[in-house]
Design a protein around this ligand. Structure first.
Ligand SMILES: Cc1cc2nc3c(=O)[nH]c(=O)nc-3n(C[C@H](O)[C@H](O)[C@H](O)COP(=O)(O)OP(=O)(O)OC[C@H]3O[C@@H](n4cnc5c(N)ncnc54)[C@H](O)[C@@H]3O)c2cc1C
Length: 348
């Protein structure tokens, strides 16, 4: 039963990422040739992709698409290679998380791509409306995303307990507390406010931030559940009190999976130019998620205000640096123009 569920979820996640690739290819290619508004009379009109707003709308979404591509490719391999009587539950947790992240991302990305093409994006002949209609249901079938994210959080908590080979809840808590205090030693005020370029772009900072969020949420959900159960609150009521917390943990775990896969994929690339382009895309992905979750990082004093501002500026800088490569980054998806099926790409 698990085999059928997991295959379906991995396939839907991959199909969502494929739809994002098509939508982004259409929107970015259109943005590279469509001009709108001149800075002054007689001057050529500005190419859409040269507007920082257009870059911000499309390039971080392109970076997330790359991340979910690598994560789902890794998961598909793991699914095939894991014996059904082995660690298949772990694969189920990953599939639920990545299916949800990827398909929420699909819905958001296709809508943004549609708007980024203006009125042309709404024309049936430019495919975006079809992509939108086809993929809308992905967030619901093969498991509703909100329900699946709770399954992810439960899976993460169960795995932590199992990794100790016993049902000793206190051992798990102690272990997590120790790991977090080690991290907290590193997160002193100078770390939380380190705005140097090399630090902000350092993959070790990104991995550290993603792990910190996942572990901190694992510990805080476990502590709350334990407290409620200790007060003899009905387990279902205790769960309801922690439900929003669980959803955040599910998302944190799944984003960390995506970052790990992306960073590992880059390590295997030999071509220097390809590697350097992918590193930039990965930096943009990681900083976009950190920026998106800055409420968490600020509340936990993991990031200071000067650093969150520096991250916002760095995202805009990475957008600008990736702008000249935007066409190549979507060409690398290898979708032939005739299969994109969008007239705005084929003709002027
Ligand atoms: C086109 C299509 C094809 C399908 N194909 C198949 C198929 O081949 N085989 C099959 O078995 N099923 C299939 N389904 C069913 C699909 O898996 C379910 O629709 C899906 O799991 C959601 O369940 P539901 O429709 O009962 O929604 P509900 O469970 O009623 O959910 C409605 C809303 O309530 C929220 N919600 C529900 N429970 C919770 C909770 N515990 N916590 C928080 N929020 C919650 C959900 O997030 C959702 O927003 C298909 C559905 C569609 C639309």
């Amino acid at each position: 039963m698990l085999g059928a569920l997991i295959t379906g979820r991995v396939s839907v996640g991959l199909a969502g990422v494929s739809a994002c690739k098509s939508a982004l290819t259409i929107a970015i290619k259109y943005g590279l040739k469509r001009r709108q508004f001149a800075p002054k009379d007689g001057a050529p009109e500005t190419i859409l992709m040269d507007y920082p707003s257009h870059q911000q709308r499309l390039l971080p979404r392109l970076a997330k698409t790359y991340a979910y591509h690598f994560a789902l490719q890794d998961l598909a391999k793991e699914m095939v290679n894991t014996p059904r009587d082995g660690d298949f539950r772990k694969v189920e947790t990953k599939a639920a998380g990545l299916k949800s992240l990827a398909t929420w991302h699909t819905t958001d990305t296709i809508q943004e791509c549609r708007e980024a093409c203006g009125g042309k994006g709404y024309l049936d002949e430019n495919r975006l409306s079809n992509l939108k209609a086809d993929t809308d249901i992905f967030t619901t079938f093969e498991g509703d995303n909100t329900v699946l994210m709770q399954l992810v959080a439960k899976g993460v908590l169960t795995e932590f307990r199992k990794s100790f080979g016993e049902n000793n809840f206190f051992a798990v808590m102690k272990y997590l507390q120790e790991r977090l205090s080690k991290k907290l030693i590193e997160i002193n005020p100078s770390y939380a406010n380190n705005t140097s370029v090399s630090h902000l772009l350092d993959p070790r900072f990104h991995a550290h931030a993603f792990r910190y969020r996942e572990e901190k949420l694992t510990l805080s959900v476990s502590t709350r559940m334990r407290k409620y159960l200790g007060q003899r609150i009905d387990p279902n009521d205790a769960y309801m009190r922690c439900q929003l917390h669980m959803l955040e943990l599910g998302a944190a775990y799944s984003e960390r999976l995506a970052l790990t896969s992306f960073q590992s994929a880059i390590e295997t690339v030999e071509d220097k130019n390809v590697k350097s382009a992918l590193e930039k895309v990965c930096q943009l992905y990681a900083l976009t998620i950190i920026q998106q979750e800055k409420g968490f990082f600020l509340e936990n004093e993991y990031l200071g205000v000067s650093k969150t501002k520096a991250i916002r500026r760095m995202i805009a800088k990475l957008n600008q640096e990736l702008r000249p490569m935007a066409g190549t980054l979507v060409d690398s998806f290898g979708i032939p123009e005739e299969l994109l099926g969008a007239n705005i790409i084929l003709y002027n």
